[in-house]
Design a protein around this ligand. Structure first.
Ligand code: TPP
Ligand code: MG
Length: 355
């Protein structure tokens, strides 16, 4: 059978060597063309990113105050990835992500109230307070986690897509977000092989933020052009600037249309960067402050805001309105979580089974 065409929308990125500062600049210069997408669409994407950003900034604050405990991995800096991919999905599609999944859950439609209550460990949370930050889960929106295991979502995505193929649920697509650190896992290679061999409708979205905890990709992988790894699995690939919400959207739309129509997987690599530490316990000794600052100058929210204003599609008043709405939603979610209830001690063994 003739191989599927490769995604070409903004296909740029490093090839087989460490990402240099010049590469990063080239990635980030990829043109944003808001006018072709229209004012309402662009404002909706900005709103999506602001909702994630304001929610997570408050989570960081609440963590410092001891209101949220356990692990907390922030997506700040990477919002354009979830905000670009998610609008392309239909209600019947499945979504999986990692422990850095607050933004994915939110944009998939999990209410901010139930996300915040889950962060607190309250039983009004989407996982009844038993999952916490890393295990957001919501059957209603087909958001199948949240997974603390690196690469853990990949075999689950293959299983969901296999079920959709066998039931069948024609037309349904599974989208699995994961970090570039997962490519070092055996489960990654097993999942890519089976998804391609069995022609399963999965979009694999690799969020390449260049680091897996403190390990730079170029220190752990012989081949850092990740799309090349997929040649071994005969899987079509694309890669695009993950700091540009419109570039992400267009590449994801093309990829999802292809997965939906051809019923075979696609690997989409998005070049992005996290602005915060890996988790709340990370002294960040593995990267220069200057590198972080350089990426911050291309932050997905303010660079998009600047472009929208320059294109005459948005005023400062529009921005303030969107931002104010996001902050009000966060205030309400925190109040909801604070007023939530702890699970009764008598219930603790519920759903626990022993063979
Ligand atoms: C199987 C497994 N090995 C190791 C860990 C410890 N660990 C947690 S996060 C992480 C780094 C993963 O990096 P990446 O996949 O790039 O995602 P990012 O955190 O950058 O979003 C590691 C090694 C784990 N959770 N699971
Ligand atoms: Mg990473």
């Amino acid at each position: 059978m003739k191989p599927a065409p490769q995604a070409t929308a903004g296909a740029i990125g490093p090839a087989g060597r460490a990402l240099t500062a010049a590469d990063a600049e080239a990635l980030l210069r990829y043109a944003i063309q808001p006018a072709t997408h229209g004012r309402e669409f662009c404002l909706a994407r900005l709103r999506d990113m602001l909702r994630i950003r304001r929610m997570e900034e408050r989570c960081a604050q609440l963590y410092g105050e001891g209101r949220i405990r356990g692990f907390l991995h922030l997506y700040i800096g990477e919002e354009a990835v979830a905000a670009g991919v998610m609008p392309n999905l239909a209600p019947e599609d499945n979504v999986l992500a990692t422990y850095r999944e607050h933004g994915h859950a939110l944009l998939r439609g999990v209410p901010m109230n139930s996300i915040m209550a889950e962060m607190y460990g309250k039983q009004e949370g989407c996982s009844r307070g038993r999952g916490g930050s890393m295990h957001l889960f919501d059957r209603g929106t087909r958001f199948y986690g949240g997974n603390a295991i690196v690469g853990g979502g990949l075999p689950l995505a293959v299983g969901l897509a296999l079920a959709d193929t066998m039931l069948p649920r024609p037309g349904a697509v599974t989208v699995c977000f994961f970090g570039e650190g997962a490519v070092a896992e055996g489960a990654f290679h097993e999942s890519m092989n089976l998804a391609s061999l069995w022609r399963l409708p999965v979009l694999f979205v690799c969020e390449n933020n260049l680091y897996a905890m403190g390990t730079a990709l170029s220190r752990s992988e012989a081949q850092i052009d990740l799309t090349k790894k997929l040649a071994g699995y005969d899987m079509p690939t694309g890669h695009v600037n993950g700091m540009n919400v419109l570039a992400v959207h267009d590449a994801a739309r093309q990829a999802i249309e292809q997965v939906r129509a051809q019923r075979r997987p696609f690997f989409l690599e998005l070049h992005t960067y996290r602005f915060r530490a890996h988790s709340m316990y990370d002294p960040e000794l593995y990267r220069d402050k200057a590198e972080v600052e350089r990426w911050k100058t291309h932050g997905p929210i303010h660079s998009f805001t600047d472009k929208l204003k320059a294109a005459g599609l948005m005023s400062e008043a529009d921005f303030q309105r969107l931002d104010g709405e996001a902050m009000a939603e966060v205030d309400a979610a925190v109040a909801f979580a604070e007023a939530g209830t702890w699970e009764a001690v008598a219930d603790l063994a519920r759903d626990v089974t022993a063979a």
